[in-house]
Design a protein around this ligand. Structure first.
Ligand code: PMP
Length: 435
């Protein structure tokens, strides 16, 4: 029975560790708990009536009190499905259908709630990349949190060049077409990792034309695309309102329209509802979501039930998908104003010392320090002495083994410092660069 639940075929480059994951009997029996007339002596669940919480109440900024009633609270406090709480999963499927055009009715795509998208990414990397054997195609620069997982996992990294518009398709083509010539002893990569909107750290966003070019290359070279898109909604040139300009279609939606199943997408509520709530979700081919589910069963059982129930209630309170999208438009306007303020301060104080492109999405400004070969010492020592924190570009450069990257870039975030503080930080950096 347990094996018949599994759908894995050989279409995806799944590692031996991931292939060995099987559902536990306990987890396989859990859905049967709801069967009419079933008496369960099988579960290892605690009895919720012994817990000291009866209901959970959220005070919203709009003044409303949102209450999880006793039933909802009990469900949130108990063990639950590894895929996610059904009430939240239902909102997530509506969101993905509305925003990315997914038809879950066909059964070839699915969703799983993760402990932030970091958790989903780590599980996907483990699922797809055999240590010391496989190579991941990765933008250079890329998210340091992914590098933090991939380095110790001994995954070989092949950087692909980027500019202010994100990953450069012609460089991806060069790497793929020249692979056998340049890497005779290495397996050709089967997985591409990209941050398409307001990239962390570069702020770059892929245009629709580039997304199509990348997707076509993925088809040509049989790549699976990991679309890590936590800044998708923080797109200053798009909006959710029916009268607005709309958002750039995701790689997932391009895949869906092409009838493919080669995009595994990671979304996050960290920048939209709460980072500490640790709720993200992965959407993609059903076989791969099932592998992530098995990994979840073996590591954390499921994402926090309380967090999931709270996110689901926030969706209810906002009025479902439409209300959520109206909320994210407000968040986006906030970051757009902050972006404008930091860009103005950089232009005012650092114009002669740096080069940059104003980001069109996200939370980060990526600046090249003119005449500085490696920003590391300046940022980690001298800027810290002047009480300015930024991140040196080298932290985001994919490397293999003991290579020590250098970079003349720095990443500045316009998220939490006030407009005045951002201006002061730019003045302090200017004083350093003058020296
Ligand atoms: N991917 C990228 C590109 C990020 O910038 C971040 C957060 N800094 C994450 C993933 C992880 O986000 P979460 O809080 O959802 O785990």
């Amino acid at each position: 029975m347990i094996r018949s639940l599994l759908r894995l075929d050989n279409r995806y480059p799944v590692t031996s560790a991931s292939r060995l994951r099987l559902p536990s009997a306990i987890r396989a029996l859990q859905p049967l708990l709801d069967t009419e007339g079933m008496i369960s002596l099988g579960g290892g669940m605690p009895n919720v009536t012994t817990f000291p919480i009866s209901t959970i109440e959220l005070k919203m900024k709009d003044g409303a009190a949102v209450v999880l009633d006793e039933g909802e609270t009990r469900a949130a406090l108990q063990y639950s499905a590894s895929r996610g709480l059904p009430c939240l999963v239902s909102h997530l499927k509506s969101l993905q259908s509305h925003v990315h055009g997914l038809d879950f009715g066909r059964g070839d795509h699915d969703v799983i709630v993760t402990n932030g998208s970091q958790d989903g990414l780590a599980k996907a990397f483990e699922m797809l990349l055999e240590p010391r054997v496989d190579t991941l195609l990765v933008e250079s620069p890329t998210y340091s949190g992914s590098l933090a997982f991939l380095g110790p996992a001994s995954v070989n990294l092949q950087g692909v060049q980027t500019d202010e518009h994100g990953l450069i398709p012609s460089d991806l083509r060069r790497v793929l077409e020249g692979w056998e010539g340049s890497n005779p002893s290495r397996k050709k990569p089967r997985v591409l990792y990209t941050i398409p909107t307001g990239s962390n750290p570069s702020g770059g966003s892929l245009s629709l034309a580039r997304k199509h070019e990348i997707y076509e290359l993925a088809v040509e070279h049989d790549l699976l695309i990991l679309e890590d898109d936590p800044y998708y909604y923080l797109d200053f040139e798009g909006s959710s309102s029916p009268d607005g300009p709309g958002r750039c279609p995701s790689l997932l939606s391009i895949d869906e329209r092409a009838g493919g199943a080669r995009v595994l997408r990671f979304d996050s509520f960290s920048k939209l509802l709460s980072a500490g709530i640790r709720v993200g979700f992965a959407t993609g081919p059903a076989e791969l979501i099932e592998r992530i589910e098995l990994h979840t069963q073996a590591t954390m059982l499921h994402a926090s039930g309380v967090s999931q129930a709270v996110v689901s209630k926030i969706f209810d309170h906002l009025g479902g998908v439409a209300g959520f999208l109206a909320h994210v438009d407000q968040v986006t306007s906030f970051y757009q104003e902050r972006r404008d303020a930091l860009v103005a301060s950089v232009e005012r104080h650092l114009g002669d010392f740096v080069e940059f492109e104003p980001p069109k999405a996200g939370m980060f400004l990526w600046m090249r320090l003119k005449g500085v070969k490696d920003s590391n010492d300046l940022i980690m020592d001298k800027a810290v002495e002047k009480k300015v924190l930024m991140v040196p570009g080298a932290s985001f450069i994919p490397t293999n083994g003991d290579e020590h990257p250098s970079s003349s870039f720095v990443r500045a975030s316009y998220s939490t410092a006030s407009v005045e503080e951002m201006d002061e930080a730019c003045q302090r950096l200017r004083d350093l660069l003058r020296k």
